[in-house]
Structure formats: structure tokens, C-alpha cells
Design a protein around this ligand. Structure first.
Ligand code: 2DT
Ligand code: MG
Length: 218
């Protein structure tokens, strides 16, 4: 029997602060995999297209106000409503590449002052990423890259608080899931330079992985 037929797709997450180059790199990775005729798809979080996603979008654009706990739970619910499709695609051998995930959820809400443990709980048992690539960029460089947009959280104060929380999130991932599930990537330099670094870390993951998809924080 062909061992590759029992492999499932890899679940790869990109994380980082605003303006670190995540969306650019995610798009380039999906393009590359398509050119190589590999099965891959992009999953953006928040997914603003769903009913819950529309509420999140209104909140981020300051068209709606919401209690911090309530919006935190909506971000998590937005992942849960996509979880079955992610698992299904992984089982079909499709590489799923996520632009943000539960780690942004924790870092941004904890930065607003919600207890870290509260922030972690609602995402418990979501599909566990096989690899999370945290793109790290010094604040001065992020600010230089371009003006922040108009959305909620796009302020230097909020980004700095979130940066600290991402460090705690990284520690938690390493404690619960081991050191290989989270990798920090230097996001300085040209798009091509960063792309090469990421490619090195992703390696042959996109050829598929063995074993069932794990559960986050379990
Ligand atoms: P984008 O600019 O990438 O669309 O993100 N956020 C995101 C949270 O506060 N909690 C979450 O669970 C997620 C996934 C990060 C919009 C903003 O939403 C924040 C930036
Ligand atoms: Mg944004």
C-alpha cells in the first residue's frame, strides 16, 4: 500500500502583530503550493463572511460596541464554526493555511486586560495546528512599514501590549504541546528573504503528515 495515501494535510498557522507581513506571506505560500499542484487552501481568521464574522467586522470597524468577554467569545465561535471544515479538508489531504488563529484571540483579548486563562478556555479542543509560524518584527519597523489602518487595536499602545501577550502564548504552546509546534520567524527584510526563511521552516510539511489532528490546549 502507498503510505502517502494515509497522510493527511498539514494545518499551518501564521501569527503576528499587524503589519508584520502575515497576509502577504500566506498568499505567496498558497500561490506557490498551487503552482506546485499541491492541494492547499487559505483560512482567514476572523472569517468576516459568516453571520458571526459580520458582527466581528462591525466591532473591528467601531460600528458596534461590545463587552470584551462577549467579543472574545465571538472570535472563538468564529473558529468553531470553521473547525469541522478544517478537519474535513485535512482528512482529504488538503494543507490548510490559516492567517491568524486562537493565538491572536488570546493575545489581543489579554492585552485588553481579560484574564489569560479566561482567554484560553473557549478554544480548548479546536484543531491543533501542526506548526504555528510567529512572524516577529520590532515595533519601530512595524510602524515604519506603513500607517496603521483605522480599525480597532491598530494603535502602538495596543500592539505593544499584544506583543507581550504573544510571548506568554508562545510559552503556553511550548508547555502544553512541546517546542516544535511554535516557531518564531524574523520578519525583517524583503518579502523574498522572509519567504525563504518561512520555506525553510515549513520544509516538507506541505507533503502531508501522519497521525490524527490534535486538540488545542489538550
Ligand atoms: P485582521 O486585520 O487580520 O483581519 O484581524 N483578533 C483576531 C482578535 O482580537 N481575536 C481573534 O481571535 C482574532 C483571530 C486581531 C483583525 C483584528 O482582530 C484581532 C486584529
Ligand atoms: Mg488588520
Amino acid at each position: 500500500s502507498d503510505p502517502s495515501s494515509s497522510r493527511r494535510g498539514a494545518f499551518i498557522v501564521f501569527e503576528g502583530l499587524d503589519r508584520c507581513g502575515k497576509s502577504t506571506q500566506v498568499a505567496r505560500l498558497v500561490d506557490r503550493l498551487e503552482r506546485e499542484s499541491q492541494k492547499a487552501r487559505l483560512q482567514k481568521f476572523p472569517d468576516r463572511t459568516t453571520a458571526i464574522g459580520k458582527m466581528i467586522d462591525a466591532y473591528l470597524q467601531s460600528k458596534a460596541e461590545m463587552d470584551d468577554h462577549a467579543i472574545h467569545l465571538l472570535f472563538s465561535a468564529n473558529r468553531w464554526e470553521c473547525a469541522a471544515a478544517i478537519k474535513r479538508d485535512l482528512d482529504r489531504g488538503i494543507t490548510v493555511i490559516a492567517d491568524r488563529y486562537a493565538f491572536s484571540g488570546i493575545a489581543f483579548s489579554a492585552a485588553k486586560g481579560l484574564p489569560f486563562d479566561f482567554c484560553l478556555q473557549p478554544d480548548r479542543a479546536l484543531p491543533l495546528p501542526d506548526l504555528t509560524l510567529y512572524m516577529s518584527l520590532p515595533q519601530e519597523e512595524a510602524t515604519q512599514r506603513s500607517q496603521f489602518g483605522e480599525e480597532r487595536y491598530e494603535t502602538v499602545t495596543m500592539q505593544q501590549a499584544t506583543r507581550k501577550q504573544f510571548r506568554l502564548v508562545a510559552e503556553e504552546v511550548k508547555k502544553i504541546h512541546g517546542g516544535k509546534k511554535w516557531m518564531e520567524v524574523d520578519a525583517r527584510g524583503t518579502i523574498e528573504e522572509v519567504e525563504e526563511r518561512l520555506k525553510g521552516l515549513i520544509g516538507d510539511l506541505t507533503d502531508g503528515v501522519n497521525g490524527r489532528v490534535g486538540e488545542l490546549w489538550v
